[in-house]
Design a protein around this ligand. Structure first.
Ligand code: AMP
Length: 176
């Protein structure tokens, strides 16, 4: 584990960084604060170089759940994707998320690795690009805001194109 916040500047410069795109979401408690705390945490893992606005979105496949607050950000980090996933899981657990819980439950904070440079990863713990990136308006709309020309390394098309392919139907409201 090598969060850059713990490295001397001369060491940071000699390490290769990866440009990550991350999706953050919360539908429990003080949602904005959970996301802001996660951004502060991620700043200790590298440099947050772009941030989208916050979007209020209706939950997918979770009929009983409350509305989500979602946003995406770009993070330059010397961590590798597995290391970043591991520290994100520690942060999620520290915020009260039950990591043994199944998918699609209420959660104070969820951090997804959407893309990691142009890397393609398929392990039991980590799939990059995120497997549901192309079908989620609540991810593609904020991603379009900060990186419309970003290319999906498997689909070989831009975020703009991915967004135009969506059928719609999700309620996604940008917060001012
Ligand atoms: P979720 O409930 O959708 O946040 O899923 C969490 C689980 O998905 C974690 O246990 C991760 O190991 C796994 N996972 C696989 N690929 C990713 C990814 N790209 N980003 C975040 N979690 C991932």
């Amino acid at each position: 584990m090598k969060p850059s916040g713990f490295l001397a500047p001369q060491n940071q410069q000699s390490l290769k960084t990866i440009l990550f795109y991350l999706g953050l979401g919360s539908n429990l408690g003080d949602r904005k604060r959970h996301i802001e705390d996660a951004i502060a945490f991620l700043q200790s893992c590298g440099q947050v170089v772009r941030k989208s606005a916050f979007y209020e979105t209706s939950p997918l496949a979770m009929p009983a759940a409350g509305l989500f607050l979602n946003m995406v950000l770009a993070l330059e980090s010397v961590l590798d994707p597995q290391e970043l996933l591991a520290v994100c899981k520690v942060h999620e657990a520290s915020q009260g998320r039950d990591l043994e819980d199944s998918h699609y439950k209420n959660r104070p904070i969820d951090i997804d690795i959407l893309q990691a440079g142009d890397m393609v990863i398929a392990t039991p713990e980590l799939t990059v690009p995120h497997p549901r990136l192309c079908e989620r308006g609540f991810v593609l709309v904020p991603l379009f805001e900060i990186a419309p020309k970003l290319v999906h390394p498997l689909e070989k098309v831009t975020v703009t194109r991915l967004l135009s392919r969506l059928k719609g139907g999700e309620k996604i409201r940008r917060q001012e």
